[in-house]
Design a protein around this ligand. Structure first.
Ligand code: C6P
Length: 422
């Protein structure tokens, strides 16, 4: 994460504090060429590439273990269960959770938010109540709350933001009231890269006894997260943005809250006993994990956490800071290009529009140059509406990106400008 305001030291050195080429060799997909050009992958906010260690951990599971968990008495099932639960321990350590009982495996961020909305939300939100989100949310942290609000006759309210894409916290005291039952905010905006001031938001909510869910999808690839230091009540993220596999994610929940929440999906593994008259629920975290989980996915996520630990967040953050500063400077210097999202605290996202070129056309031309970005509303339509635009081009960085890739991005934008003319 970066602060690009005057308070932050300007550290753009253009030299990574680690052996970048060696790290890049660990990612098979980064060796690819597209249209005869080396791939410059700048779509990491959509999903990050996977190092060989993650792919191999999953491959090993299917080749050597491949058994169901928590069920079998046989050797392979025990080994699979051990590997699955070791992955949970890694996640608990990674998030600084108090125990593995607080770590629920989900399909991803989206499922984590829906789980909380459908369990805690359905139990605690009534007609006339309010759910407070922010103007920077991804659809995954808007729509589940709208569904709940519609069902209950409640209302979703929004913390506004300013032109830079910074939340206007002065509005908080009037937005929080005895009607507010949940606050749900993103840690980092996927559309703009803004890093939100979670401690202030969480403290304000807790002063009024309101629990807070944090969408950490765009934070965990860039910064260490300590859920206890943050005092978050729930924290959700997806494995695939953290160099892990798709189809697996995590819902962290404070144990006292999870224990009081009703289960969501019913099925195998989440029960303690079943009769036709009544069922009782398994202990945490299994109460929220109905059915056969994504065992290979969890093991892959554990390997991704090992990988991130090996590189280290200080290294990741330092290089991403340099990349973001460099990219901001170079793109700002392109005539006719406007950066969307200029918060002083940002993480690894360069969203922009270029005069006279639709973001999708830009994306297509960049693709032909081997530069992969995302063009569109980024599942954050209210953010686009705020700026009165339909779409942006978004380059999103990971620590394995290079200065050369940013130079190629800028050259490709200039080429698009030549094609589209003045
Ligand atoms: N954002 C992007 O290109 P899932 O799809 O469940 O793994 O993650 C959803 C999600 C939730 N919150 C935030 C802040 C996100 O960025 C995302 C996913 C991707 O920006 C795909 S739309």
């Amino acid at each position: 994460m970066s602060r690009t305001d005057e308070a932050a030291p300007r550290t753009t050195s253009a030299r990574p504090p680690f052996d970048l080429e060696r790290i890049r060799r660990e990612f098979p997909a980064l060796k690819r060429e597209v249209y005869g050009k080396p791939l410059a992958y700048l779509d990491n906010a959509a999903t990050a590439h996977k190092p060989a260690s993650v792919i191999e951990a999953m491959d090993h599971f299917y080749r050597e273990l491949n058994s169901n968990v928590h069920r079998g008495v046989h050797r392979l099932s025990q080994e699979a269960t051990d590997a699955f639960e070791r992955a949970r321990e890694k996640v608990a350590r990674f998030l600084h959770a108090q125990s593995t009982r607080e770590v629920i495996f989900t399909r991803g961020t989206t499922e984590g938010v829906n789980l909380v909305a459908q369990t805690y939300g359905r139990r605690h939100v009534q007609a006339g109540d309010e759910i407070l989100i922010s103007a920077l949310e991804h659809h995954s942290n808007i729509v589940p709350w709208q569904l709940l609000a519609e069902e209950k006759g409640a209302r979703v309210r929004v913390i506004p933001m300013d032109q830079r894409g910074v939340l206007t916290l002065e509005a908080l005291p009037t937005l929080l009231s005895e009607r507010t039952k949940i606050v749900a905010v993103t840690h980092v905006s996927n559309a703009l890269g803004t890093v939100n001031p979670l401690p202030t938001i969480i403290a304000a909510a807790h002063e009024r006894g309101i629990p807070v869910l944090v969408d950490g999808a765009q934070a965990v690839p860039h910064t260490a997260v300590d859920v206890r230091a943050l005092d978050a009540d729930w924290y959700v993220f997806s494995g695939h943005k953290l160099f892990g596999p798709t189809g697996i994610g995590v819902l962290y929940g404070r144990e006292s809250l999870l224990a009081a929440m009703p289960p969501w999906q019913g099925g195998g593994d989440m029960i303690s006993s079943v009769t036709f008259e009544k069922s009782t629920w398994n202990e945490l975290p299994y109460k929220f994990e109905a059915g056969t989980p994504d065992i290979a996915g969890a093991i892959g996520l554990g390997a991704a956490i090992d990988f991130v630990d090996r590189v280290g967040y200080p290294t990741i953050a330092a290089w991403e800071h340099s990349l973001l500063e460099y990219g901001t400077e170079k793109l700002t210097a392109v005539p006719g290009l406007r950066l969307i999202g200029t918060a002083p605290g940002k993480a690894s996202v360069l969203s922009f529009v270029v005069d006279g070129i639709h973001a999708h056309d830009l994306g297509t031309i960049l693709d032909r140059e081997g530069v992969a970005i995302r063009a569109g509303h980024h599942c954050a339509q209210p953010v686009m509406d705020f700026y009165g635009i339909a779409a942006t081009a978004r380059a999103s960085l990971a620590f394995y990106n290079s200065i050369d890739e940013i130079d190629r991005l800028v050259r490709a934008v200039r080429k698009a400008q030549e094609i589209f003319g003045p």
